[in-house]
Design a protein around this ligand. Structure first.
Ligand code: NDP
Length: 600
């Protein structure tokens, strides 16, 4: 590595991390981004399914689910199992799938093992074809779940919930949509996802570009040709810019590099890209798995990635590697049980440096141009950005038609009619692809989403004005029968679908309690919510410490400018697996004492 310091010198590396972080800190933090509004409003349209006319619906249902992604369909499935037959699902997209409906960019692939990521594999008897499957296979699995639980007939698509009002007199939510529907629902489960609003960078001149523009979550195959597996023949005579080098760009870049006449990749912060090592599923191994294997494997992964070494590492991939290494090193040192917290922290630091040095060395080994290899080096602690895994990303920069344009942490300077400017140089392009990610949406009710009004007309955003307020992330006081499936104040595991599955069961358990007790409404007591908020805040210093040490990004509020209010909206800092165990124990030990149930 052509750095002017010893990369095994932890202090020197830490200093470099701080320098790189400082370079990227901006006063406008998360406000630097803009939504897809104004002249960009059409970029958010559904490019996959045409919106069909339909008559408004007026109906009374037992439960209404907002969102038809994995969160929504798992909630609906678990409600069906809990005896709630009378369901309605409202979805903004033209079909089921949520993030997997929208993200059909070339190369879109699940970065967590399919055997734990794809829900209900045992129930549905499905064997994923590969350890890490691609988006089209994930969408097929979405359809499998939908058909198994007969959810298709109860869904309305291209429909957005606009308002929800709690009616105390009949203990129902009155839910209205942008298609003129009115649903009277006993229970409402919101599962609209924390990353469902695409964002654009606020680069000066962004409106002036005259060429083609789209966001990765609305891929325009009419323009690029090809499909999710590549073959983008429409780009053969095009000069293309990709802005962003996060987990999405890492999957997209190799395909565009293969097809475009010229590709410029505009980088602000490099991703750490480890090997993927995907493989086809061995049917013999798969059929040898014993009943209950999937839950066991998911829990094993959550516990290990939560920092608890276990004798057996079922998934055994890049995600679980860190804990494996800690355990091995502790065992080798003979310290095992007796290691002091200081010694443990030092070991973690050492391994973090070791991992990042490996990733940096991998870049040097795979990228031929020394300047590009240098610019692609990630200078931050492991896990400050979502780790990426890809076997073709780095090699793409060896192609003569592919150029990395590193912005030294500053981002693209300006966009003109013809192209993008960095360091005073204008790169003329025909097409700009924004791989710039999504707004982090904590609350399910928000300005550009729907508005929920609870008892006495209280607006949900006002409820959270002095800091997010829930019990276990899934309910809040004063908003009876309204459930949230969200990581805010709950679990945020690397295997996100595990959170959706656990919280769906938590919601279904609660609704089953209400129904079996002959009640009509449920909400957490104010005291229980206060206690949970205090728990979240008491652990928040761990997040603050992490945020302070990391380069800006979505994991640390774009630079760690947490206020006491925003800290309250973070996930449970004790770790996702600890949170899942905590709520299971709560259910098993009379958790309903924290709930207020009522009938008319
Ligand atoms: P990210 O938010 O992770 O990345 C956005 C990228 O845009 C970053 O590289 C960012 O740089 C860059 N950027 C922003 N503004 C500018 C600017 N002004 N100039 C230049 N570059 C800029 O979005 P992704 O779409 O990659 O990922 C979204 C989420 O989806 C993440 O949580 C990701 O982990 C997840 N994901 C999950 C997958 C899975 O398989 N489960 C697959 C793909 C994505 P900087 O880092 O400096 O901010």
């Amino acid at each position: 590595m052509s750095t002017d310091f010893d990369t095994n010198n932890l202090d020197a590396v830490k200093q470099k991390y701080q320098q790189e972080r400082s370079k990227r800190l901006r006063a406008d933090g998360a406000r630097q981004y803009r939504g897809l509004s104004g002249q960009f409003a059409t970029l958010i349209d559904d490019p996959y399914v045409q919106k069909a006319d339909r008559q408004p619906i007026t109906e009374t249902v037992e439960a209404l689910v907002v969102g038809g992604g994995f969160g929504g369909i798992l909630a609906a499935a678990r409600l069906r199992e809990a005896g709630v037959e009378d369901l309605r699902i409202v979805e903004r997209a033209g079909g089921f799938g949520g993030t997997w409906y929208w993200n059909r960019y070339p190369g879109a692939q699940c970065d967590v093992e399919s055997y734990i990521y794809l829900p209900l594999l045992e129930e549905l008897g499905y064997m994923p074809t590969q350890k890490y499957v691609y988006a089209d296979e994930i969408r097929e699995h979405v359809d499998r779940i939908v058909d198994h639980y007969e959810l298709r007939p109860v869904a309305v698509f291209h429909t957005q919930v606009k308002e929800m009002h709690w009616q105390e007199e009949d203990k129902r939510w009155r839910v209205s949509t942008d298609r003129g529907d009115v649903f009277l629902a006993r229970f409402v489960v919101t599962a609209s996802g924390p990353l469902n609003v695409p964002k654009l960078p606020g680069i000066p001149g962004i409106e002036s570009f005259k060429g083609k523009t789209f966001h990765t979550s609305r891929w325009d195959y009419d323009y690029t040709g090809g499909d999710e597996h590549g073959g983008l023949t429409g780009l053969a005579d095009k000069r293309v810019a990709i802005i962003g080098t996060g987990a999405t760009a890492v999957q997209v870049v190799p395909h565009v590099a293969n097809s475009a006449k010229q590709l410029y990749v505009f980088q602000r912060t490099a991703s750490g890209v480890d090997e993927r090592n995907n493989s086809a599923t061995d049917p013999e191994w798969f059929s040898s798995l014993q009943p209950g294997w999937q839950r066991e494997r998911q829990t094993n992964f959550d516990r290990i990635t939560g920092g608890h070494p276990l004798p057996e590492d079922h998934v055994s991939d890049g995600w679980t590697e860190k804990t494996r290494r800690v355990a091995e090193r502790m065992a080798a040192s003979g310290a095992a049980e007796n290691m002091s917290p200081e010694a443990f922290e030092a070991l973690e630091e050492e391994l973090n440096l070791e991992k990042m040095n490996e990733l940096r060395a991998r870049i040097l080994a795979n990228v031929k141009d020394p300047a590009a290899a240098e610019a692609l080096q990630p200078w931050y602690r492991y896990f400050c950005k979502r780790p990426c895994f890809h076997d073709e990303y780095l090699a793409a920069f060896n192609r003569p038609n592919t150029q990395l344009v590193d912005t030294d942490g500053k981002g693209v300077e300006q966009i003109t009619e013809r192209g993008l400017v960095v360091d005073g140089v204008e790169y003329e392009v025909d097409c700009v692809i924004y791989a710039t990610g999504f707004m982090v949406v904590l609350s399910s009710s928000r300005k550009d989403g729907y508005k929920a009004y609870g008892r006495d007309g209280k607006y949900l955003e006002d409820q959270h004005a002095k800091g997010y307020r829930t019990l276990h992330s899934y309910m809040t006081d004063g908003f009876p029968n309204l459930f949230f499936i969200s990581p805010a104040q709950g679990g945020q595991p690397y295997n996100f679908s595990q959170m959706l599955e656990v919280m769906s069961r938590h919601v279904a358990w609660t609704i089953a309690k209400v129904l079996s007790g002959g009640h009509e409404s449920v909400e957490p007591s104010i005291e229980a919510v206060d206690r949970w908020v205090a728990t979240i805040k008491s652990l928040a210093h761990d997040w603050q410490k992490f945020a302070d040490g990391c380069t800006p990004g979505i994991y640390n509020g774009e630079g760690g400018t947490f206020t006491p209010e925003s800290l309250a909206g973070l996930p449970y800092a004790g770790g996702a697996s600890a949170f899942f165990e905590l709520i299971e124990e709560w259910r098993e030990t009379g958790g309903e004492r924290d709930l207020v149930m009522a009938r008319s």
